[in-house]
Design a binder for this molecule. Structure first.
Ligand code: MG
Length: 384
């Protein structure tokens, strides 16, 4: 039973190229499956989430992060009686446009593009992947996804103005996206805030005492766990604490969104779209707790000196390769050389680099820019 404000698959605006119905799967289920079968999706396995050099085989990469976000999204969407198939497809596709090397790679790629008066934006890149770069079907380029999935790719995390992006006019930019799309940015946060605490702890970069001193919600749940299980190993106390944080964030997202829908008397999808603001949200109280986790992760993990070296390497690899191909376009693979007849060279190089996995870009760097001055590989953490 879907709520009145959910997206009904029967009312989808459909695909660019109409296709016959599938006997067992509805259109959003097919879109979810098309994403899973895409090359760009498989490459997420070899793209950095937070750690470029892997300290351990237990850490998240962009694929396992994506699967965790899909799991959280299904739970939250189901509890809100939203369209779980659509929400799941959006969760699975949400990071598909990310370049290699996580945010360091994204920053370097955007900086390289800005030098040519252009930008790199991972949502817009994701749209290009599903609309154009994926080639699986004889009848059309791209994955021919439904309107609602393409709209969600663009609008899940931010608003684009029609003035700045006339090419996105078809995506109803003056309207809010459906709740299934609004959720994704928030379930993404639930996923990475808890997972990054976990990986940071496993990497021995975030000692438990340091987390509890800076993150009140962590301290509160750890106290509860210490009382319940005084004699278990620290790692288990840590896991129980993080599990409680995840549940609190997800639970708050469900209940606060329900409350807002009720207060604003939202009953239909049209009212969600026409509403002045996004309706999916954490409560003010939990927003503060979430911000405390984020602040802590920024200052102690993402910008920690331990990760600084690998970020500098990552930026150099992206920057040097970009300028190498700008100066030597003949060294680009044939399909990209051909594309540079239709599109600007920086855009073609950007598309090529953005699609690469971490190890493929390092291989390219060693081939064209030499392997000089790479920071030594870190020893793997001994993390049971
Ligand atoms: Mg993400």
């Amino acid at each position: 039973m879907l709520a009145g404000y959910a997206v009904q698959v029967e009312q989808s605006r459909g695909r660019r190229f109409p296709e016959p119905a599938h006997p067992y799967r509805n259109d959003f289920q097919r879109d979810r499956d098309r994403v899973i079968h895409a090359r760009a999706f498989r490459r997420l396995e070899a793209k950095t989430q937070v750690f470029t050099r892997r300290y351990s085989d237990h850490f998240r990469n962009r694929l396992t992060h994506t699967i965790e976000v899909a799991q959280i999204t299904r739970t939250v969407a189901g509890a809100l009686q939203l369209n779980v198939d659509l929400a799941e497809a959006l969760a699975l596709v949400h990071d598909i446009g990310h370049p290699p090397f996580g945010h360091a790679g994204e920053k370097a790629l955007d900086a390289a593009m800005r030098a040519h008066g252009l930008r790199f934006d991972h949502n817009l890149h994701a749209l290009r992947i599903v609309e154009d770069f994926e080639q699986r079907y004889a009848a059309f380029r791209g994955l021919n996804l439904t309107f609602e999935v393409r709209e969600g790719i663009i609008k899940h995390s931010r608003d684009y103005s029609a003035a700045d992006h006339p090419e996105l006019a078809e995506y109803l930019l003056e309207q809010r996206p459906p709740l299934e799309a609004q959720l994704i940015d928030l379930t993404d946060e639930v996923g990475y805030n808890t997972a990054d605490l976990d990986d940071g702890y496993e990497a021995h970069l975030l000692p438990i005492e340091q987390i509890r001193d800076s993150v009140p919600i962590f301290d509160r749940f750890l106290r509860e766990v210490e009382e319940l299980y005084p004699n278990v190993a620290d790692k288990l106390k840590f896991n129980e604490t993080v599990k409680r944080i995840l549940n609190r964030l997800a639970d708050d997202l469900i209940h606060n969104t329900q409350r807002r829908l009720k207060d604003e008397k939202i009953e239909t999808l049209g009212e969600v779209r026409e509403h002045r603001a996004r309706l999916a949200a954490f409560s003010p109280e939990v927003s503060i707790e979430r911000q405390q986790i984020k602040d802590f992760l920024y200052s102690n993990l993402y910008y920690s000196p331990s990760l600084a070296e690998e970020k500098i390497d990552a930026e150099r690899v992206v920057t040097d390769l970009f300028s190498f191909w700008m100066q030597t376009p003949a060294a680009l693979p044939q399909p990209y050389r051909e594309k540079s007849d239709e599109e600007s060279l920086p855009r073609v190089i950007c598309d090529y680099i953005a699609g690469m996995t971490d190890h493929f870009i390092v291989e390219q760097y060693e081939k064209y820019c030499g392997s000089k001055e790479f920071s030594p590989q870190r020893t793997r953490g001994n993390t049971g």
